[in-house]
Structure formats: structure tokens, C-alpha cells
Design a protein around this ligand. Sequence first.
Ligand SMILES: *Cc1c(COP(=O)(O)O)cnc(C)c1O
Length: 468
Amino acid sequence: MKYISTRGDAPVLAFDDVLLSGLASDGGLYVPEEWPRFSAADIASFGGLPYPELALRVIRPFIGGTLDDGALAGIIDGAYANFDTPEIAPLKEIGKGEWLLELFHGPTLAFKDLAMQFLGPVFDHVLKARGEWVTIVGATSGDTGSAAIEACRDRAAIEIFILHPRGRISDVQRRQMTTVPSANVHNIAIEGTFDDCQDLVKAMFNDKPFRRRWRLGAVNSINWVRIMAQVVYYFWAAVRVGAPKTPVSFAVPTGNFGNVFAGYGARQMGLDVDQLVVGSNRNDILTRFFETGTMSRGEVHPTLSPSMDIQVSSNFERLLFDLEGRDGGRVAEVMAGFGESGQLAIDDKALEAAQTVFYGARFDDEETKETIEAVYQESGELVDPHTAVGIAAARAQRRDSTVSMVALATAHPAKFPEAVKDATGVAPALPERLADLSERQERCEVLANNLKTVQDYVAANAGQGARS
Ligand SMILES: *Cc1c(COP(=O)(O)O)cnc(C)c1O
């Protein structure tokens, strides 16, 4: 298996190099040269497998010989050993043919653990095999950071720096990052928005001498391996609601477009996906795109679902690559134009292609709370605001009531307790292992939204932890 850049001007790489490099050298994102394909018989055979075994089947074709099967199986088993249920991702019916896929049973209570708990040990394994080390820099709008930190803490070959927008993530989210005492973990609160944090990370990667000197690696959703690991639960859910005999639809609360792009990936791999419904909060750049074929960058508005307070969705470029006929030169042009003007457009044919599977819907905070309340009344389930946006989108856009609709529950309700309590009157409790979170000691550096300041901080602190 080889990987190519969406901008067509970076080296073709094997799995281990894609893992370590994050962003491609031409500024693009790596995608598989060709998606592996599963037949209906293959998909049928996924039905009885435990989650780790299914993960092995889905992930193996992407690895292309860089890890042997025994090593891969060991990594996968370890990755899903820290979940609080043996099912890993339980599926619950909350309405007629309407399902909730619970992706919050990992150590940091959000779906990002499903990929990150795999990514951490894969990084470690490949680095050890090569005698190398890496400095992870990442931006988080809330949940990525804690998931990355949990996955990388105390790993000798990894130093990790996570930027978050100061004051714009929930207390639980912040504390899950800043209370980790490991010496190789560095939290930076940026005076700015999540997009500012993401721009800083991108700029560090685009500074080639800096990138080489500190051997930067990424665990943001631009990292291919995260997408790959997320594809697994689309198959997992689909076979539980009738695939491959019947099609299945998914509704996904969307920010950086990584999660729903994995659903698109499952479809490219042979899963019969009828609809992929993209749910947005007020930051609705993506849902507008799927209506109009044009994207226009606006301001970021803080909402009840902060992990979706994003205007520029970095993984969108991976879809754009396909919509533009996999023409890297064309994508490079479109993205350069977008960088300058904040605008991009695809032609009608590409829009039609996108609209055969992608649907969008947006909801403000009031509507989000109404959905939390409605779901609680109907089913007794407490859902977090992100999940609620996905469920609302599923209900608004479901076009065929005979096709199962799986709404992805992306965070545990106790990660966003105020909104849930406001909507339902019930305060969701943190699971036992996090019950004393508010008493733990925090460690965090506040820095200006300035590239040089952040680079100086990384340079001064990289290597002071586990490696020194
Ligand atoms: C990260 C996150 C999202 C958005 O996922 P993307 O892959 O960025 O689209 C949605 N909900 C929660 C709870 C998240 O943590």
C-alpha cells in the first residue's frame, strides 16, 4: 500500500513514513493511492468478530508489510484494553431504526480515543524499530489533546506539545490534559481560537528547518492513521444493523471532517452507505458547502459543542481531492486560492457527486439543548451537545425510514455537564476513574498567538522530559 499527497507534489510514501510525517511536504494530506476493497462476503464475515479482531481485518490492508501481523495484532489488543466495556463501541437503539453508537468508552471519554489509543503504540513501535524519536505538536479544540496526551504520555521516544485555545474548552477537557503529570507532556494555552492554534501547528510544520530539527510529528486528524483506525467502527456498527444485506446511514457531528471522512472511507472500501449526514453547530461552513458547493470562511463562534467550533476543516481536503478527480495540481490551486481569499467552489458535477451521499444540517445551541431534552424524554439516554447535534441532523435529513440510521455518540455526557444539566435537569456523573479530576494539580503555559513565541517554547522544552 502506497500513499499519495492530495496536492500531488510530495514523495509517494509507505505506511510507516506516512505515520511519522503527518502533513505532506507539499502542504497536502496523505491518502491511499487506492482504497482496499471488501466484498459482501468479507463484510458478512465481520459480523461475529470482537472489536479488536475486526480492527485487525480492516486495518491490515492499509499497513502494507511495514508491520507484521503479530506486531499489529499485539498493538491493537493493547489499544483497546483500556476501554471500560468489552464491546468497545456499544450500539443502542433509541428510536425506530435509529441507533446510537457509543464511542466514548475510552480513557478520555471521547471518540478520539478509538484512533489515538492505537496511534500512540504504533508510533512507539515504529520509532523504536528505527531508533528514532519524535516531537508531537498538535492543536486541540478540546478532545483531541487529552486523547493524544493519554496515548503518548510516558513514551520514551515521544515529546508532546498540545495547543488549546485559552478559555474556549470545557473545564473537564482542560483538566484532562493539564493534570497529566508526565514529563514528556507540555500543555500550551494560546490567546486565540482553535483555528489560530491549528494555523500555528501548520506553520511549524511548514517551517522545514524547524520541522527537521525537532522531528515534528502530528497526531491531529490530518494524521492518516487516525482516519484509518476510525474506519473500523463504521464497519462494526454496519454489520450490527444488517450490512451487507441492507444499506446503512450515519450521522456525524463534524468539526475537522476526520470522523465523517472515515465513514466515507468505509464506503470507498465497499460498505453500502446510503447517507452520511454532517451535523454542524453555528459554525456551519461544511453544511453550507454540501448545500451550495461553495465554501467561505467566516468567524468562529463559541458554542455548546466546542470540539466543532471550527471554520476550516483540515480533512475536507481529502474529500476535495476525490471531488476534483484526484488531480493534485488542481487541489493545490484551489487550496492556494482558499488560503488567499477564504473562498472555494467546486463545479456542479462535483457537487452532485458529493450530494449523492453527503447531507448537512446545522443547529444552534437552543436546538441542541432541545434535542438533548427530547432524547432524554424518549429513551432515557443522556447525550452530550456534540452527539445531540448529530442526532438532530440525522432526524432532519433521514430520507428513508427503512434504512437504519446510526448516530455517532462522540463524547460522554459528563464531559459537558452544564449543557446536559441545563437541558434535562440531570447532572451526568464522571466515571469513577475520573471522579477526582477537579482536585488534581494543573500544569499549563499561556502563550500569545505568535509563531515565534510558540516555536521558542517548543525548542526550549523539547527533550527536557523523558528523553534527557
Ligand atoms: C473532535 C470531536 C468532534 C469532531 O470530529 P471531527 O473528526 O473533527 O469532525 C465531534 N465531537 C466530539 C465530542 C469531538 O471530540
